[in-house]
Design a protein around this ligand. Structure first.
Ligand SMILES: NCc1[nH]cc(CCC(=O)O)c1CC(=O)O
Length: 307
């Protein structure tokens, strides 16, 4: 057992602080009497707020500084939205634990409309997510996608002030902020397939830190871990950059895992889809095959525009 408090690293956005508080409570519930300390770390994604993340480029914009703090022994664990975690982790770090997934769907927010069907022709949808933008344009090519950055609270403020007519946010994030009432509707996954790992929280730590891993083990959710393994295997196979709009969702029913994946051109003018079912014991294999299938379908378009 570690004697000093468990130092829990997190970004400082309201959503990150809310979810880290929830994760801390789960860790303490599983390890009664454990002392903890929340350590706020600022990341590139928190500093650069005027440009889409896909333009800033590189990976790990939400995670790099937290990982540096793990290596520097300033924190013992880092709490992440698994959606923000890079496909490949740096040598020496592991996602030791993935918690039970919250609702993976996206919510629709607008002062004027209850859903896409209510938006007038040419209305502005604020999102800097290529995945969301592409799926909006697939169904409503008349809508205009406008960039909208900042944390969830900032984006809601920009929506209120009229920078756009509607926006999309992860329902799980709204719930963690206690703001699910802001959702005018929840988009079904066959209309808006979520990002890989959306709604799942993970805890990263030093691979060799057996004491810390023992503290985290009881809060892990096996079913979510399996679903995320399939989705992340799909992502790894595509080796997507931040400029690659990809969506994927694994759903588990008993011993059967179903993985749906979509790859898009950012303007929504083309998309490729895959749906595979198999045994939960083959989650990663299903993900790899689904990713390879998408890559083959997109062919030259993939290497030219999406890689
Ligand atoms: N890109 C930032 C981000 N990372 C994770 C979430 C949502 C929470 C989650 O998926 O766990 C969000 C905000 C959003 O997409 O609305």
């Amino acid at each position: 057992m570690t004697q000093r408090p468990l130092r829990i690293g997190t970004r400082g956005s309201p959503m990150a602080l809310a979810q880290t508080g929830m994760v801390r409570d789960r860790i303490v519930a599983a390890n009664p009497g454990l002392e903890t300390e929340i350590v706020v770390i600022t990341t590139v994604a928190d500093k650069v707020l005027d440009r889409p993340l896909s333009e800033i480029g590189g990976k790990g914009l939400f995670t790099k500084e937290l990982e540096q703090a793990l290596f520097a022994d300033q924190i013992d664990v880092a709490v992440h939205s698994m959606k923000d975690v890079e496909t490949w982790l740096p040598e020496g770090l592991v996602i030791a634990c993935i918690l039970e997934r919250d609702d993976p769907r996206d919510a629709f927010l607008s002062p004027h409309a209850a859903g896409f069907a209510d938006l007038p022709e040419g209305a502005r949808v604020g999102t800097s997510s290529l995945r969301r933008g592409a799926q909006v344009l697939m169904r409503r090519p008349d809508l205009k996608i406008v960039p909208l950055r900042g944390n969830a609270n900032t984006r809601m403020r920009k929506l209120e002030s009229g920078e756009c007519d509607a926006t999309l946010l992860a329902l799980a994030g709204l719930q963690r902020l206690g703001l699910e009432g802001m959702a005018r509707s929840i988009l079904p996954v066959d209309e808006m397939l979520p990002a890989v790992a959306q709604g799942a929280l993970g805890i990263e730590c030093r691979e060799a830190d057996a004491d810390v891993r023992a503290l985290l083990a009881p809060v892990a959710c096996a079913r979510t871990t399996t679903a995320i393994a399939a989705e992340r295997a799909l992502l790894a196979e595509l080796d997507g950059s931040c400029r690659t709009p990809i969506a994927a969702l694994a759903q588990i029913d008993g011993e059967t895992l179903r993985l749906d994946g979509l790859l898009f051109l950012p303007d929504g003018s083309a998309h490729w889809g895959v749906s595979r079912t198999g045994s939960v014991s083959d989650a990663e294999g299903i993900g790899r095959e689904a990713g390879a299938d998408l890559k083959t379908q997109a062919g030259a378009t993939y290497t030219q525009h999406l890689q």
